[in-house]
Design a protein around this ligand. Structure first.
Ligand code: NBP
Length: 481
C-alpha cells in the first residue's frame, strides 16, 4: 500500500460507484476503493483507474486502514440489506467521528434509522440522494445529503467539488445540506416522484401529437427541439427529442416505434405516493403517473379489451396543426407547474412532521443541474422560494400564477379534446383538476360531511358558529309520502 492515506473511501464499484470514485479522484482527491467481488477492484485498478490517485483494496479492513481520519467512507451498493450489513462490518473498524455515507436510493425511514444507529456508535452518518445516472456520477451529479449534521462540514468540500455546477460561471454546486435524519433521501424521493410526473406528461403530449394530430417522428423531433428552446427547456425534453431521431440498426424503423408499450418502475414514485396519502396531501400527479405505468404494464389485458371496448366513433381532431402543437405545449407547461407545486407541498408537510428545516429555494437549486429533472424553470422556483421562504404553494408565486393564467385556455382545450378523442391524459387531467380544486373556495365537501354525519354521526363544522355538530337527519328529513 502507498504511504499516503486516501481522502475518501468508496465501497461498491458497479456503474454508479465506479463513476463516482473516478469523479472524486478527478477533483484532486486520493480515493480508496473496495468491492465485494474483488476482481472488480482489480479490473478498475488495471483499467480506468490505472496511474490515477487510487488505492485498490481487497477487504473492508484494508479500505478502512487506507483512509485518513476522520474517515469518509461511502457505500454505492444495492439498497436495503447490503447497506445494513456493510454498516455492521464498518462500525467496529472505525474511530469516533468517522463518517459512513450511503449514496443508494433508500426509503427515507432507513436513513432515519441508520442515522440514529450509527450516531449511537459515536460515528456520523449521511444518507445522500445521488441523481443523474451513471453519466452524472462521473461528470457531476445532483446530490441531496441528509443525516448527521456534524458530518456535513467534513464531506462538504468533496461533495460540492464532485457535484454538477450551475449559474452563469458554472460555479454554484448542485449539492447542499438538506437536513437531519432521512431528509436527504426524502428530497431525493420527491425528485424521483416529480420525474415520474414529468415523464408521464411528456408521454401524454407525445400521444396527443402522434395519435391526435398524426405527427411523424421527424415532425415530433422538430416540435421537441422547438420546445427545448423555450420555457420547457430541460433534460427530459432534450432526450425525448433525441429519441425521435434514433433508428433501429436491424430493421431501419424508428426505435421508439419498436418498443413494447409496457412501463417498468423501481418504486420511488410509489413511495412518494404512499407517503402523500399518509400525510394527507394531494400529490395526484405522481400517483396518476404510477397508475399510468401500472395500466401500461397490463399489456395483455389491454390487448384483449381493445378487441371488445371501443371509444368515441367518428370523432376527428379538427385543428390548426401549429395552433394545437402550441396548445399542447402550454398544457404540458401548466401541468408541470402543478406537479412541482404538489411536490413542494409534500416536502413542506413532511418537513413539518419531522421538524426538518428545509430550504425550498436550495432544493430547487439542487435539482437545477446534474439530475434527471434538471430544467431551466427550476431557477424560477428558486426565485419564488427565495422571495418568500414560507410560500404556501408555488401556484401562488406571481410568476407561476401568471404562467398558469396565460396557459389556462389552451390547457382546458387540450384536456377537452383529449377526452372527446378518447386519448387518455391522466396527468394533464389530474393537474387541471388539482388547479381547479385548489383555487375553489367552496367545494362540495359540505355535502360529503352531511353524508358522513347522516350514516355515521361523524359530525361536521358549521359556517356560522364554531364547534362540532351532529344532526338527526332521519328525524328531520322529508318523510317519504
Ligand atoms: P447496484 O444497485 O446494481 O448494486 C451493485 C453493487 O452492490 C455491486 O458493487 C455489488 O457487489 C454490491 N453488493 C451487492 Br448487489 N450486495 C452486496 C453486499 N451484500 N455487500 C456488499 N456489496 C454488495 O449498483 P448501481 O446501479 O451502481 O447502484 C448503486 C446504488 O445507487 C443503488 O442503491 C441504486 O439504487 C443507486 N442509484 C443508482 C442509479 C443508477 O442510475 N444506476 C442512480 C442513482 C442512484 P458485487 O460486485 O460483489 O456484486
Amino acid at each position: 500500500m502507498s504511504e499516503k492515506l486516501a481522502d475518501f473511501g468508496l465501497i461498491g464499484l458497479a456503474v454508479m460507484g465506479e463513476n463516482l470514485a473516478l469523479n472524486v479522484e478527478s477533483r484532486g482527491y486520493r480515493v480508496a476503493v473496495f468491492n465485494r467481488t474483488t476482481s472488480v477492484v482489480d479490473a478498475l485498478m488495471n483499467g480506468r483507474a490505472k496511474e490515477k490517485n487510487f488505492i485498490g483494496c481487497h477487504s473492508i479492513e484494508e479500505l478502512v486502514k487506507s483512509v485518513a481520519r476522520p474517515r469518509k467512507i461511502m457505500m454505492m451498493v444495492k439498497a436495503g440489506k447490503p447497506v445494513d450489513e456493510l454498516i455492521d462490518q464498518l462500525i467496529p473498524l472505525l474511530d469516533e467521528g468517522d463518517v459512513i455515507i450511503d449514496g443508494g436510493n433508500e426509503h427515507y425511514t432507513n436513513s432515519e434509522r441508520r442515522t440514529q444507529y450509527v450516531e449511537s456508535k459515536k460515528l456520523l452518518f449521511i444518507g445522500t440522494g445521488v441523481s443523474g445516472g451513471e453519466e452524472g456520477a462521473l461528470k457531476g451529479p445532483s446530490m441531496m445529503p441528509g443525516g448527521s449534521p456534524a458530518a456535513w462540514p467534513l464531506v462538504k468540500p468533496i461533495f460540492q467539488a464532485i457535484s454538477a455546477k450551475v449559474g452563469p460561471n458554472h460555479d454554484i454546486p448542485c449539492c447542499e445540506w438538506v437536513g437531519p435524519g432521512g431528509a436527504g433521501q426524502y428530497v431525493k424521493m420527491v425528485h424521483n416522484g416529480i420525474e415520474y410526473g414529468d415523464m408521464q406528461l411528456i408521454c401524454e403530449a407525445y400521444f396527443l401529437l402522434k395519435a391526435g394530430l398524426g405527427l411523424t417522428n421527424d415532425e415530433l423531433y422538430d416540435v421537441f427541439s422547438e420546445w427545448n428552446r423555450g420555457e420547457l427547456d430541460s433534460y427530459l425534453i432534450e432526450i425525448t427529442r433525441d429519441i425521435f431521431s434514433v433508428k433501429d440498426p436491424d430493421t431501419g424503423n424508428y426505435m421508439v416505434d419498436m418498443i413494447v408499450d409496457k412501463a417498468g418502475a423501481k418504486g420511488t414514485g410509489k413511495w412518494m405516493s404512499q407517503l402523500a396519502l399518509d400525510l394527507g396531501v394531494p400529490s395526484t400527479l405522481v400517483t396518476e403517473a404510477v397508475y399510468a405505468r401500472c395500466l401500461s404494464a397490463l399489456k395483455d389485458a389491454r390487448t384483449r379489451a381493445s378487441k371488445v371496448l371501443s371509444g368515441p366513433k367518428g370523432v376527428k381532431l379538427v385543428a390548426d396543426k401549429k395552433k394545437f402543437v402550441e396548445q399542447v405545449r402550454q398544457a404540458l407547461y401548466a401541468s408541470k407547474i402543478a406537479s412541482y407545486a404538489q411536490g413542494f407541498v409534500q416536502l413542506q408537510a413532511a418537513a413539518a412532521e419531522h421538524k426538518w428545516p428545509l430550504n425550498y429555494g436550495n432544493i430547487a437549486l439542487l435539482w437545477r443541474g446534474g439530475c434527471i429533472i434538471r430544467a431551466r424553470f427550476l431557477e424560477r422556483i428558486k426565485e419564488a422560494f427565495d422571495a418568500n421562504p414560507n410560500l404556501e404553494n408555488l401556484l401562488l408565486a406571481p410568476y407561476f400564477t401568471q404562467a398558469i393564467e396565460s396557459a389556462q385556455v389552451a390547457w382546458r382545450d387540450v384536456v377537452v379534446k383529449a377526452i372527446q378523442l378518447g386519448i387518455p391524459v391522466p396527468g394533464f387531467t389530474t393537474a387541471l383538476t388539482y388547479f381547479d380544486g385548489y383555487r375553489t373556495e367552496r367545494l362540495p365537501a359540505n355535502l360529503l360531511q352531511a353524508q358522513r354525519d347522516y350514516f355515521g354521526a361523524h359530525t361536521y363544522e358549521r359556517l356560522d358558529k364554531p364547534g362540532a355538530f351532529h344532526t338527526e337527519w332521519i328525524q328531520l328529513r322529508r318523510q317519504p309520502s
